[in-house]
Write a protein that binds this ligand. Structure first.
Ligand code: CTP
Length: 406
């Protein structure tokens, strides 16, 4: 479960900091990459050298280090991780998190992150019970921060009570539970195509289609929400960029092809775009003018590259799961199944786009998931629900659950 995942571990200055050394060791044993940030006070409890030796990486700590900023930068530090873990989390760092204070590298990274955060609090029982701490904890919980502990026990200060950091194995169990429930696609890379393509006739005219991009954008959002590093390659749409998604805007099918191929390797590809099958053979750089008495111009068309087929047959760069869409107006299942074979993809999401279905441009979709094992009818759902269900199926496929699909 933790193999290949990337944790950014922030160690703040508490007596329980020694437990974070064991946590690093256990994460590394499970194949997890661990990069560490130490607060100034953490260095009073553990040395950067031991943290670096155990994590097998360099250790970060200085917000104003020119070398660190040039090498990776405080924004990138958290972008490169699948999850941020603060262990031990002192009352001080949690207060700063709750208030949005960024006065060192650790707190600045916590402010700048677009990733989820798990904290393992560690403090004296009176500090834990203090109204200020409890208010900060409520704030952090309301923002979706994950908590591991604290627990009750004897404290370094001689008192007994709640506030003790949980043992490294319990933090590990929380990290596992996070990845199972919230980010099953963390560490996976996905390419999603969406929207129409525009094929230029001349500098002012083009051929396009009615795709709204709603379904493709919703799929990119759902995959990113499940933790996948998601690249959305989209033609012009009115949709807003989904949070946490790397959006690449293109116009023509050939541009979409170049960006998709350039984005390989990936684990997942979902081709939801309505790619124009053909483009005008010539795209003049001058506007075609009406000639008095002349017949209307005829436009010779040539075929566009097939992005789905290219990704499906990309050899050792082929994504482990390639999903295509089939927009049909008749013989839906038969046509979509034939398309699955022809395009050599793994799954096809088939939908009826006949005019009376309102699918093109609408908010709902009635789809059938076609796999090597047959077809599954899904009920009419909103496009974001279709996206969530598809993302769940994709996550199931990657986490080797008992999926019935091929
Ligand atoms: N597709 C693609 N590149 C193309 C054409 C289509 O990636 N040049 C993808 C679409 O994104 C979709 C799937 O292929 O996932 C099916 O596209 P569709 O246009 O419905 O099928 P066609 O292959 O064009 O077949 P037909 O026109 O006969 O239905």
């Amino acid at each position: 479960m933790l193999h290949g995942k990337r944790i950014l571990l922030i160690i703040s200055g508490g007596i329980a900091a020694y437990k974070s050394l064991d946590l690093i060791r256990r994460l590394r044993e499970r194949g997890t990459a661990v990069r560490c940030v130490l607060t100034d006070s953490a260095t009073q409890f553990v040395t950067p050298l031991s943290v670096s030796a155990l994590s097998e990486d360099r250790v970060y700590g200085d917000l104003f280090s020119l070398t660190d900023e040039a090498e990776i930068g405080h924004i990138q530090l958290s972008r490169d991780a699948d999850l941020l873990v603060v262990a031990p989390a002192t009352t001080n760092i949690m207060a700063k998190m709750a208030q949005g204070i960024g006065d060192d590298l650790a707190t600045t990274v916590l402010l700048a992150t677009d990733k989820d955060v798990l904290v393992a609090p560690s403090m004296n029982v009176r500090m834990w019970e203090h109204a200020a701490t409890q208010t900060n904890i409520a704030t952090l919980k309301s923002r979706g921060i994950w908590f591991a502990g604290p627990t009750e026990g004897a404290m370094a200060c001689g008192e007994f009570g709640e506030g003790r950091m949980v043992e490294p194995l319990e933090v590990l169990a929380e990290i596992e539970s996070y990845f199972t429930t919230s980010a099953p696609l963390a560490g996976r890379r996905a390419i999603v195509t969406s929207g129409p393509t525009l094929e230029a006739i001349d500098p002012v005219r083009y051929i396009a289609n009615r795709s709204s991009g709603k379904q493709g954008h919703a799929i990119a959002a759902a995959l990113a929400h499940m933790g996948a590093e998601t690249i959305l390659v989209t033609g012009p749409t009115n949709e807003t960029a989904p949070a946490g998604v790397d959006v690449r805007h293109i116009e023509s099918a050939r541009e979409m092809y170049d960006v998709c191929v350039g984005a390989l390797p990936a684990d997942i590809a979902v081709c939801a775009a309505a790619v124009a099958d053909w483009r005008p053979a010539r795209q003049g750089d001058r506007k075609i003018k009406k000639e008095k008495g002349a017949a209307p111009p005829s436009i010779e068309m040539v075929e566009n590259p097939d992005i789905l087929r290219t990704l499906s047959s990309a050899g050792n760069q082929r994504p482990a799961l390639v999903v295509g869409f089939a927009a049909e107006t008749g013989d839906l299942i038969a046509n979509a199944t034939a398309k699955l074979m022809r395009k050599e993809c793994d799954w096809i999401v088939a939908n009826d786009v006949s005019a009376d279905t309102g699918t093109f441009g609408g908010d709902t979709n009635t789809v059938h998931l076609i796999t090597a094992n047959g077809s599954e009818d899904w009920p009419v759902m909103r496009k974001n629900e279709v996206a969530d269900r598809l993302a769940e199926r994709i996550a199931g496929r990657f986490n080797q659950s008992t999926e019935a699909v091929g």
